[in-house]
Design a protein around this ligand. Sequence first.
Ligand code: AKG
Ligand code: FE2
Length: 301
Amino acid sequence: MRHDTPSSHTMPFTQTQLADIVDKYHKDGYVVVDGLIPDELYAPLCEAADEVTDKARAHTWGQVRMVGKQFPPWTEGDDVWGVQNIMHPELGKPIFAEWYGSDDLLDVSAALMGVERKDMQFELFNILVNPLEKDYALSWHRDDVKATATPEEEEEALKIKHYGIQWNAALYDDACLSAVPASHRRIRTPEERKANLEGGDMPGAQNLDLKKGQTVFYNNNILHVGKYNLAVKRRTLHGCYGSPPSGDTSRARNILQHGLDYTTDPGFRGSVPASLHPMLDRLNGLQADMQGKPQVYSQDD
Ligand SMILES: O=C(O)CCC(=O)C(=O)O
Ligand SMILES: [Fe+2]
């Protein structure tokens, strides 16, 4: 595997282990991987996660996910279930970019997308947290296909290649996320469609139970749901990378609605690890290309 960084870094997995991870991801639509948070970053990440969560809950940081609403934009509410854009310089937590740009995470992500590190794009990085006032649950969804899609529309939408990889890395044990294994490759059955639109039990649902330090990579078009228990501390690093072919702007519909203006600040580049520079240049190129163009986003509720 080629690296843009000095050759002192070696993969934490053998090629066979990595091939198994990639196979599992394609077959099931998700894969759980151990050991992607380096030991020396774990405690500082926990501390920084608490600090930004406190700011979000106190509304001194406004880029948050509000309880009661599943998709962006989030403008109204009190309790929060996520803190957005945690690499923003105003939050003053460079540890997040350090981990976002860490070799093992980037290497596994590149392998899962089937690209080289040099082809990757800087994208989103947030933290998902437990609400404080009451339990909260999202509804079952695919991130880039509306629940109301007809079977024909769903079939078309699932054929689209996404050039991205999404992950949740749990700083504490986290059983919030459930999914229907392998549902990223097929349209919903009539029973699943009914459960999706009307609520009730989802047939075949599986809890993606993460132990502290584990990362789940998932195709965000797998049928999935988040259920949040106010009594269980959640600090789960949640983000994605892209790998769009040159000139392909399709990632914009997934990511730009989360507000990535901060990455275009000329000072930002110098504040993140060198491993992220080419990735950031690609994102900022995309943002420049999309400037002034009407944008259709993935979800509109
Ligand atoms: O809470 C989670 O882990 C999943 C969140 C989610 O599905 C989403 O943000 O679209
Ligand atoms: Fe989702």
